[in-house]
Design a protein around this ligand. Structure first.
Ligand code: ADP
Length: 245
């Protein structure tokens, strides 16, 4: 994977809220096809970093390159169209619509209207793929409101996949899930990473041990370390940050 070209390249990122530096001197390179985990204690700056990538927060300085173009100064919907999708901690599922309709609707979001009308036929295939990938095919015609918490998280991931993003940003996808659901999600992430580049914010060390390869540790707005999961776990600074929580 280290031979793959960089998809996301962040350099010298600074984010300031009032007088408070939420991110300082952050460099991050994510290569095409990577499944990268982003960890760090509460307040480390993980959400802020995702918000900068998706155009929600403007940095004070630094650069954010995606597939060779700068994301800085671009509006959120433009960034979505460039091929970056994210999940939020709050749900975006319409409970009265069926599972398939939710995915279909999400698949439309990325496209500008003229392209949407032209490509309308292509979406049913994207919906079928998303249903199959997430294991929700059996629920396609059920209202999304009947889904369990875990299934709903998978639906949200399916809604993103249907947009065919090059980069997916997932914020704590296994939060509140049972052990079995976590394992299914881990397998789903590994599967998705075959076609997309994925960045996952996740705290659960047990989950990381099982599914993470490359991990970036944020602490107090800076990258504390980066490496494979074994190296990260063995690192004295990382242990201190986590135990000192
Ligand atoms: P994490 O996601 O790692 O828990 P955040 O990115 O949410 O961390 O927050 C990083 C720091 O920035 C925290 O100290 C938080 O209080 C602060 N912060 C985040 N958003 C804002 C904001 N809009 N205004 C002021 N401070 C903020």
């Amino acid at each position: 994977a280290s031979e793959a070209p960089a998809l996301l390249e962040i350099r010298g990122l600074e984010v300031v809220f009032g007088g408070f530096r939420a991110l300082t001197g952050v460099d991050l390179t994510v290569r095409q096809g990577e499944l990268r985990f982003l960890i760090g204690p509460n307040g480390a700056g993980k959400t802020t970093l995702i918000d900068v990538i998706t155009g929600l927060t403007r940095p004070a300085s630094g650069s954010v390159g995606f597939a060779g173009t700068s994301l800085l100064g671009r509006r959120e919907h433009r960034i979505v169209r460039l091929g970056i999708g994210r999940t939020f901690q709050t749900s975006v599922v319409f409970e009265e619509l069926t599972v398939a309709e939710n995915i279909d609707l999400a698949a439309c979001f990325r496209r500008p209207l003229p392209a949407l009308l032209r490509q309308r036929r292509g979406t049913s295939e994207a919906v079928a793929t998303a249903l199959e990938r997430t294991g929700l095919a059996g629920f396609a015609d059920r209202p999304a409101g009947v889904l369990s918490h875990g299934q709903r998280q998978w639906l949200e991931i399916g809604m993103l996949i249907a947009q065919r993003p090059r980069l997916l940003l997932l914020d704590e996808p296994v939060a509140g899930m049972s052990r079995t659901e976590r394992d299914r999600t881990g397998e789903l992430l590994v599967e998705i990473a075959k076609d997309h580049t994925v960045i996952v914010v996740e705290h659960d060390m047990e989950f990381l041990r099982r599914y993470a390869s490359q991990v970036t540790v944020l602490h107090e707005g800076s990258v504390l370390m980066e490496g494979d999961v074994a190296a990260v776990q063995a690192d004295a600074r990382v242990q201190e940050v986590y135990l000192g929580r």
